[in-house]
Design a protein around this ligand. Sequence first.
Ligand code: ACO
Length: 340
Amino acid sequence: MKRQPRSSPRSAKRRTVSIIGTGSYVPEKILSNEDLSRIVDTSDEWIITRTGIKERRIAGKDEHTSDMAAKAALKAIEQAKIQPAEIDLILVATATPDMIFPATACFVQQKIGATKAACLDVSAACAGFLFALEIAQQFITTHTHETVLVIGADKLSSITNWTDRNTCVLFGDGAGAAILRHRGPGTHGVISTHIGSDGQYTDILFMPGGGSRCPITKDNAHLHLQTIHMSGKEVYKQAVTAMLSAAHKALDQAGLSVADIACVIPHQANLRIIEAIADRMRIPLERFYVNLDRFGNTSAAAVAMALDEANRTGRIKQGDYILMVVFGGGLTWASTIIEW
Ligand code: ACO
């Protein structure tokens, strides 16, 4: 039987924002581990054993982050049964914007016809979707905006060093979206959110080139500075610590325990990270939603895509408590508990 959360003024006050529609999109092209073994010195066996990834999707040359984001958004809009013109705010979480400016959210606005919306991007790497969800929630709770489109979208293939086997096997492209709306006090909706960052670790997961600190020039173009640089082992360690702490903070705020959670939707970076979290939280792995075997790590899109799949396939049902928990470059981490 489902437990009632302990009464908490904070969670009661904040449970006024609901997700009324979700959507996702992945490009058609599949890149399998076998395909990768023809590009770098790797194997299907190594990739599956170390990461759990079997294949990933790769966007076409002319398919940009905003194209994938717009396709995911239109599906969420359709499911929410709203019109694009009702959207007050578009937040796109991405590490691979179409351009440094204008915001990718502006391109999405134009593509979906959300003429009334204010638009901005959120930069929190793989944790971006939950950061954007929290920003949306704050806008809605303070009644400045009623309907917010939150998107996580990334074209990591555009910043992948395809000669580096340490990183290129991990990533894929895709987008996920959610429509958030003010619901008034009621049972369903976002119960608690926790976001955090630690700038001490900016050097373990980053893209050194292409910003104002290190523009790409003809002299450094061969150095792969405009690609993901990662200390895999250090990221792994920090990811487990940060996600565990974030998950427990969201649970404490919500007045829930791990036994109450019907489904955990974690960042889809590596199955071993998810297994470590499941083990330490004493939650059976079956309660975690995992799709990284089919899509790899799609950064800000990952948890948004998984949420949409879990929603559309009936993996999460009305009344379920779901926990989403993510980490990313920065370091950044975030967790959200929703009563679905
Ligand atoms: N194929 C075959 N061998 C490989 C490959 C590969 N694709 N990649 C690395 N190796 C080799 C290494 O060279 C090393 O060989 P050596 O022992 O001869 O030096 C050996 O395999 C072991 O390498 P490790 O780095 O120790 O492997 P590990 O077990 O740590 O797994 C991995 C590496 C999968 C990257 C792991 O550390 C990890 O998942 N880290 C977290 C990554 C992550 O979550 N990143 C998030 C990025 S999110 C974002 O913001 C985009």
